[in-house]
Design a protein around this ligand. Structure first.
Ligand code: GMT
Length: 385
């Protein structure tokens, strides 16, 4: 017998930019809305992947009034106040905060205010994504607040086993952390390569290598350029650099220095990653750290082979010798050799591509969304939703 479960009203707090945590939170909200839940995004800007109209999706912009006295406008206070407003006026069942800083602590504040006003304790679920734990959150400036607000969350999730371990190692967490992996909507990446696009990018049948990120130091963009230089010397290839950020000028300089600038294209921030990934052979992600590596998973969903570092949770996603290769951070020699060996052997490339897609299927949206729904239901106020 099919039991019709009640729909929930969920507030999602996230960063609206191109970062993985915002992408994940937005895709989660869209998928939950598809299933009939009412989703309220609360953030300072329309999330990049939140395009188009959906009857079950609401967007509440957090406005931070400026005042000459404020050198630092207090976003966290404005966020907490907006959350209170949305919780009360839309009768939310729970708040799901993505990225601890400052979302988990703002959610804690909102929860206390709602409790004082109504007596009701609104559940707060916090999902840890990476640098909120491994980099920024560990800084003494934030650590006490991060530890406190994680412990005060009703439930905590981490996007990989590695991130869970890192959190328990560096923070005094007294609650269980549930691992719910990041996901990908396989259907979206099920695109046939667009011949015309491939023709423009690689007119002589060159292999297509892709890197996508926010071009921060942690992504080791110089390693991307070094690896591509070696690939380029061994086999005809083009590099597509997707995204933007502080390290982009460094990468452009290196391309010129290496004499490969004609075969490197900087595409800037792109919303239609599916089309780019559909024509790619290898995806490079040599990061210093990745809690998960959502960008690599999206590439695998489009059957691209991943050459990455083995940092953080990357090894949980990219299986060394199966879906691609992993090597120690900074070992551009191994990463280059492995990439060249795959690119020069059509059969091997085909097999690795097949394995990459198979592995991505494990992280299909259909397998992961029910895990979030089950978690939400544990905290639902009526117990029957
Ligand atoms: O890596 C980034 O630059 C963005 C960052 C974020 O917080 O948006 O991504 C983190 O969360 C993603 C989604 O869970 C993960 O796939 C990324 O691996 C993680 N980044 C790091 O751990 C450096």
């Amino acid at each position: 017998m099919h039991i019709q479960l009640n729909k929930m009203k969920i507030g999602i707090v996230c960063y609206p930019t191109f970062g993985g945590s915002g992408v994940l939170a937005t895709e989660l909200g869209k998928a939950l809305a598809e299933k009939g839940h009412e989703i309220h995004f609360i953030t300072y800007q329309q999330p990049v992947r939140l395009n188009g109209f959906h009857a079950n999706i609401f967007y509440h912009e957090v406005r931070v009034p400026t005042y000459p006295l404020f050198d630092y406008p207090p976003y966290e206070l404005a966020l907490a106040s907006t959350m209170v407003d949305v919780i009360l006026n839309h009768d939310l069942d729970l708040i799901h905060a993505h990225y601890a800083i400052p979302h988990a602590s703002a959610a804690y504040t909102a929860k206390q205010i709602v409790k004082q006003k109504t007596g009701r304790s609104v559940p707060v679920i916090t999902t840890l994504h990476g640098t909120d734990i491994t980099l920024v959150g560990r800084d003494k400036t934030y650590e006490p607040v991060v530890t406190f607000s994680i412990n005060e969350s009703d439930a905590i999730t981490a996007v990989s086993e590695n991130l869970k371990e890192e959190t328990l190692k560096h923070f005094d967490i007294r609650k269980n952390i549930q691992v719910i992996n990041n996901f990908v909507d396989l259907h979206r990446y099920d695109k046939k390569p667009v011949a015309a696009f491939r023709q423009v990018i690689a007119p002589h049948g060159e292999k297509i290598i892709v890197h996508a990120s926010n071009f921060r130091k942690i992504k080791r963009i110089d390693d991307v350029m070094e690896i591509f230089k070696n690939i380029h010397a061994a086999t005809p290839a083009k590099l597509l650099m997707v995204g933007d950020g502080p390290e982009r000028p460094v990468a452009e300089d290196l391309a010129r220095q290496f004499g490969i600038e004609a075969d490197v294209r900087f595409l800037g921030k792109q919303e239609q990653m599916e089309e780019i990934l559909a024509v790619s052979d290898i995806f490079l992600l040599p990061s210093e750290y990745e809690s998960f590596g959502l960008a690599a998973l999206e590439a695998m969903a489009a059957s691209a082979v991943v050459i990455s570092s083995d940092a953080g949770g990357l090894g949980e996603v990219n299986i060394d010798g199966v879906t691609g290769y992993t090597a120690a951070v900074g070992d551009t020699k191994t990463m280059s050799e492995k990439a060249i060996a795959i690119l020069q052997d059509e059969e091997k490339l085909k097999t690795f591509k097949k394995h990459a897609l198979k592995q991505a299927k494990q992280f299909d949206i259909a397998n992961i969304i029910p895990q979030y729904e089950a978690l939400y239901r544990q905290y639902c106020r009526t117990g029957d939703c």
